[in-house]
Write a protein that binds this ligand. Structure first.
Ligand code: ADP
Ligand code: MG
Length: 374
């Protein structure tokens, strides 16, 4: 196996009684753009600080390019980190803030090359026209981009970026996602990127790691994370509206029984057949995998009958919430398909069996149910 650029093994980090990292393992490949996604408090910032050497874990090892970093000072690790709370020189120009790290003797960059790096990065971050202004006169979003630029100009073995677009408005954030990956230094450099925004993770990550309560739940490409989520936590982390999770039990014939009705699963997926009858499970179906109306000719559509609860226009699509017995199911359909729907009207829904996911029931302690793979 080739050596990972960043490798963490069994990292435990506690602050008093607070467990920040609980046996975390993580590998980021050479040159990879890796997104670490998780809710607030999951341990994302602590992970980055541990890689950077700003925090010493109680146990576990950090290696960079195969070399154990235990006891190696942050300065000597050769990584460049961008913090959530950025420290800039407010009285100095944006250009000066970008250029000052490059004056360090360790880089010895020729002046022309430094100017070129700064120019490219400032342009792609959309701050090219602001370079002469004092940073103190810039908006929060502009300052955050200067802080990000200040990290990206540095020749580093890895970039560690902690929610670097969080202070930008939605439109700019979307534009920046594309620009960020166009920056030459980012394309060439291993990047560990932290976010709590799943859209950002899906857009940016060559691979994504999902973190919960100080551990990595799953690592994979966006396709793997989307189609083969490890558990209901990962499944719920991606996609808006969220995946529908219907609790029920599997019966002897592989039919799914939920609260007060059967869902016939005619060509029962292997996952359903692998479960002992009577086992509590959850069926996961994403809102965009449900359609209105009957399956029509062709194999294997599963039909469900329900009543319209509420509809909500989302641009060109409409979110329809349907009542199915005691449960609510959300689907997203083209706006025209939902035009005639009125509350309480009966509707027929169709879903293809191959788009169903099967999970164990969530634990009583809130532990997410794992996906059953059959
Ligand atoms: P994230 O970046 O995912 O929001 P953090 O890594 O900042 O999460 O924090 C993980 C956990 O560790 C949280 O419960 C947080 O309260 C705790 N924690 C982080 N830093 C400190 C600290 N300096 N002192 C005490 N608790 C901390
Ligand atoms: Mg954080």
């Amino acid at each position: 196996m080739s050596t990972a650029a960043i490798s963490l093994r069994g990292i435990h980090k506690t602050y008093g009684k607070n467990i920040a990292l609980d046996g975390l393992d993580l590998d980021v490949g050479e040159g990879e753009f890796f997104c670490l996604l998780g809710p607030s408090g999951a341990g994302k910032t602590t992970t980055l600080k541990t890689v950077a050497g700003l925090e010493e874990p109680q146990s576990g090892t950090v290696s960079l390019d195969g070399t154990d970093m235990t006891g190696v000072e942050p300065y000597d690790r050769g990584v460049a980190m961008c913090f959530e709370s950025y420290a800039l020189y407010p009285h100095r120009s944006a250009y000066d803030n970008l250029a000052s790290p490059l004056r360090s003797p360790r880089y010895k960059l020729p002046a022309a090359e430094a100017r070129e790096r700064i120019g490219e990065i400032a342009e792609l971050l959309g701050i090219g026209a602001l370079l002469e202004r004092p940073v103190g006169a810039l908006s929060n979003g502009q300052r955050q981009r200067v802080a990000l630029g200040r990290v990206l100009v540095r020749p580093a073995r890895a970039f560690l970026l902690d929610e670097p677009l969080s202070h930008l408005d939605a439109k700019l954030r979307q534009a920046m996602r594309a620009e960020l990956k166009a920056i030459g230094a980012v394309r060439r450099t291993t990047t560990l990127y932290v976010t709590h925004d799943s859209v950002e993770a899906l857009a940016l990550g060559d691979r994504i790691g999902v973190i919960r309560e100080g551990r990595i739940v799953q690592t994979g490409t966006r396709e793997e994370i989307w189609h083969q989520p490890y558990d209901t936590f990962v499944a719920r982390s991606f996609g808006r509206p969220r995946i529908n999770l219907l609790p029920g039990t599997v019966t002897a014939h592989g039919t799914f029984l939920s609260a007060d009705r059967f869902f016939e699963i005619p060509s029962a997926p292997a996952a359903v057949r692998s479960v002992a009858p009577g086992t509590p499970v959850q069926i996961g179906v994403r809102p965009r995998d449900l359609s209105l109306g009957s399956a029509g000719p062709g194999p294997g559509g599963i039909e469900l009958m329900g009543t319209v609860y509420i509809t909500e226009v989302l641009g060109r699509a409409t979110e329809v919430t349907v009542r199915l017995g005691a449960q609510h199911l959300s689907l997203v359909v083209p706006r025209a398909d939902a035009a005639g729907l009125r509350p309480d009207a009966p509707v027929r829904l169709t879903v293809r069996p191959e788009s169903l996911l099967l999970f164990e029931a969530d634990g009583a302690d809130g532990e997410p149910g794992r996906r059953i793979t059959g």
